[in-house]
Design a protein around this ligand. Sequence first.
Ligand SMILES: Cc1ncc(COP(=O)(O)O)c(C=O)c1O
Length: 572
Amino acid sequence: MFPADALHALLRHTAAHHRRETIAFGRRLNAVMERLFLTAIWRNFVKGRSERRPDPTTPAMRLELATERWSWRRVLARRLFPKREILPPGWRDLYRRRWITPTLPSNTRHRRHLPPLPRPPRNCALLPQQAAHHHGPPIILPEGSPMPRKHEPPYVVRPSTAVLTRGFDPRLSLGSARPAVFRSSTYVFTTPESAQRAFEIALGKATPEPGENVELIYARLNHPNAEILEDQIVPLEKGAAAAAVFNSGMAAISTVFLSTCGPGESFLFTTPVYGGTHHLIHTLLEPLGFRPIPVPAGDGAALERAIMGAKDLRLVFLETPANPTLTMTDIRRAVEAARGAPQGPLVAVDNTFLGPAFQHPLELGADLVIYSATKYLAGFSDMLAGVVLARDADLVANLRGTRAILGNILQPDECWLLNSRLPTVTLRMNRQSKNAQRIAEALNGHPALRRVLYPSLLADPDQIRIRDAQCDFPGGIITLDVSGGRVAAFSFLKNLRIARDAVSLGGVETLACHPRTTTHSELDEATLDAAGISDSLVRISVGIEDWRDILRDLREALDGIRIPPGPGSHPV
Ligand SMILES: Cc1ncc(COP(=O)(O)O)c(C=O)c1O
């Protein structure tokens, strides 16, 4: 029996006077009870609905931003005044990104607090920056077509527009929508005088007049496709004034070391660094008399001490996040320490892992930003390239000088290819970072893993502080620390079906590798151990596939790890 009927009988029996217990009274009481019954149903209905939707564990409740599941106030505010939602203060964070980078002072304001930038420390300015040749002869324009205006008023557009519109004039490529590829190794001078002038300027004996059209000489020094690419890449890097392109990331890194530092002078670098950089430092630069000073990545105090204590310090080279441990080094702290050092060393950041979308070292005061453009900038694992960008165009001119002698300029075809990849860098990186964050957070706590190294899963408060200060998003690289050492890591790699076992990163496809035996095998055992690059680490570069497929692949590969009994099967 429905409880209301029992209640009815009870009320009727107790409340009614025995002489008033008429049929009419009974009917009225019935009507009242029916109304009560309907109200109860309605309440239950409403209550029931509210219990199911929204989900009792709403994102806000999970983030402890709200205590109640819903309220009429909130519902009405959203339905009636969608543009003026009344949200509890914490709710606003739901609509923002997961962490917020504090606003930094603009470049110019920031520079006012710092001593003036040091001049390039060594005299290696063989070739000053050349004029933009694709804005003039030797290309013959169709008769009557207007020459591009040289001094157009600045028309400011945002980076994603600038990267598509800067640096290339279709009229100078016979109207083609994409730049022509200028593969010539040498360029024809209009007169012997213009050849002489071009060489004087190239060797730094003369400076070009404003608007002067300096003729091209030879493709090892410069060529139109490099100029177009360099112009187009600048807006992607916040705070950059100029760029130089190289034929690999290592070519860019070597040129930075050779241009800023010399034998007998010292430079500082964070460990771990990419294996190739480590090889360059210890096998090439050290025997030549350069004095490298290693500092553990993420140790700000050690970095400051090393900067203050170093003799003839010319360069502070940071790789952050470090490859493959993702340890973060405080760029601003390094810059401030370098500004206070007597020799005013330059600060260069290898920004390959997070830039140009998520980390902006030039805005934090760094002098040079270096990329292995082979990775995210090119994005399809089909070419090699390197880029260096700076706030000070003279620094870039210096690098171009060294580049002309080393002959490591990016070739015209590769410039053209990289050029076509630039407009999508931010789109690709955003997707890769979102995918990686979902996967890393879903894999965290998997029984086959000891740890997941990923910027959104940091536990160390100092690392969290650095991350919040300098990274917009966590990026597309995850490092898994697999239980069971090298054998387990290799078993995991063999089990993968979508992700491929390959070095390199930043491509649209997911790649996985074992850094200790591949990318970082150059480092000796002691350095590997000190840097935390253990046998159980596997680095994953997450691509743009559907994240659920990659997650499934990684999960199944982890579940399928088999450790045969025998030597090497113990966890390392
Ligand atoms: C962080 C970092 N810097 C530099 C490089 C070298 O770049 P490239 O292979 O284009 O010479 C790599 C390559 O993996 C890297 O991971």
